[in-house]
Design a protein around this ligand. Structure first.
Ligand SMILES: Cc1cc2nc3c(=O)[nH]c(=O)nc-3n(C[C@H](O)[C@H](O)[C@H](O)COP(=O)(O)OP(=O)(O)OC[C@H]3O[C@@H](n4cnc5c(N)ncnc54)[C@H](O)[C@@H]3O)c2cc1C
Length: 369
């Protein structure tokens, strides 16, 4: 295997680095969980899109560059190293878009993907329900055929990130009683949904509950066939856990900052612990390049994606905890405290780590139930 970047990949890295150094907002944007910050993040996404850096690995017709997954990983490393803003469009781009590319009609792709790439539409994931989180197939929100065509959506979704300010949602709705086969993947605008913001630990409405009371959507808002929702959703979770949602660039940037902090502390034991975290971030990076190569060769990531999810979420938490230990009371004056609060959620979202460990035990290691 060739472990060097090609000249074209090195040129791409240089282009991204130059553009980011000229364009990353300084001072940083306000939190995307405020109304003001959300709009500022949307404007940032539009600038990225104008430079065709919003979705580099997408086909050109939808706003991308048709770049490889390796280029995307390079982009991500530069993005996070430059301290660029977190992506307000991430759930649409990384979770819905792969499903649209694979299961959507040409009309659905042309209608939704360019608007997602530019931040014109911001999508919230509406999967979880009060009684259906880990056991997602227990969900009870339903879609029923509407008189004259289309569907009526009813039910209660929760923990929907960014739904407090987003424009659209995508989720699973029950169209028949069969547990997994009775689910349908539906997209919907949020303007007719009762959205109740939920405050996170920092007090900002990072999530929302969605109450749908007969929200009408056209037939064209169904992705794939009625009853196919579970298999479409599962195709996304493996990309969410295994690659796209949390690329290594994010953790490498954190590890670099942690090393600097540990060095400045003058504590050799802390420096050793930080160096270990940096090594693990680098290991995740190399593992992810190998995963990208396998996907580019036509393989599926499958259940092994759960390993990556456990690894990055636990590493992120360890890095932030060490930073807080080093900073002591000064932590509150730095972005490390917010980072720590968010890292606490890593073992929960995208499927809890307990569930991921069961998947690894049963489907990767082949252990008995
Ligand atoms: C920051 C954050 C963002 C999120 N964003 C979204 C979003 O945008 N859209 C969305 O739809 N959802 C979102 N979620 C919800 C998230 O997907 C769920 O919280 C998660 O799937 C767990 O479901 P639950 O909260 O219902 O917990 P439960 O399923 O009730 O689990 C409670 C505890 O029991 C454990 N447990 C449950 N079943 C088992 C089992 N069979 N074996 C072993 N242990 C088990 C779990 O691991 C967990 O520790 C988000 C959550 C967080 C924290």
């Amino acid at each position: 295997m060739d472990l060097d970047f090609s000249p074209a990949e090195r040129d791409f890295r240089a282009e991204v680095r130059d553009w980011l150094s000229a364009n990353v907002p300084d001072p940083p944007l306000p939190s995307m969980d405020t109304a003001e910050g959300f709009q500022a993040h949307r404007a940032w996404e539009a600038r990225l899109a104008a430079a065709r850096l919003s979705v580099v690995s997408w086909p050109e017709e939808y706003g991308g560059r048709g770049a490889s997954l390796i280029d995307w990983l390079i982009f991500e490393e530069e993005y996070w190293a430059a301290g660029a803003p977190a992506r307000v469009t991430q759930n649409g781009i990384f979770l819905l878009a792969p499903c649209l590319m694979r299961f959507g009609t040409p009309e659905q792709r042309a209608r939704w993907l360019p608007r997602m790439a530019s931040g014109a539409d911001v999508w919230a994931q509406a999967w979880s329900e009060p009684e259906a989180g880990s056991d997602l197939a227990a969900l009870t929100s339903r879609a029923e055929p509407a008189p004259g065509g289309g569907w009526l959506l009813h039910g209660h979704k929760t923990w929907s990130s960014r739904a407090a300010h987003a424009t659209h949602g995508f989720g699973l709705f029950r169209t028949s009683g069969a547990r997994h086969q009775g689910l349908t993947y539906v997209m919907f605008p949020l303007d007719e949904v009762a959205v109740r913001p939920i405050a996170q630990l920092d007090g900002l409405p990072g999530f929302a509950e969605l109450h749908l009371d007969g929200v009408r959507v056209e037939e064209s808002m169904v992705l794939g066939e009625a009853g196919q929702g579970w298999s479409i959703a599962m195709a996304t979770t493996s990309s969410e856990r295994g690659l796209t949602l949390r690329s290594p660039g994010r953790f490498l940037a954190t590890a670099d900052r942690l090393l600097a902090l540990a060095r400045a502390s003058g504590d050799p034991a802390a420096a050793d612990r930080a160096a270990r975290c940096w090594t693990e971030a680098e290991a995740y990076r190399l593992h992810t390049y190998a995963t990208a190569r396998r996907i580019m060769a036509g393989e599926e990531t499958g259940a092994a994606a759960s390993l990556g999810k456990i690894f990055w979420s636990e590493l992120d938490l360890r890095m932030h905890a060490l930073a807080l230990e080093l900073l002591g009371e000064r932590a509150g004056e730095t972005p490390w405290l917010d980072g720590f609060l968010f890292a606490l959620a890593g073992p929960i979202y995208a499927g809890t780590n307990e569930i991921q460990r069961t998947i690894v035990a049963e489907r990767v290691l082949g252990l008995p139930r």
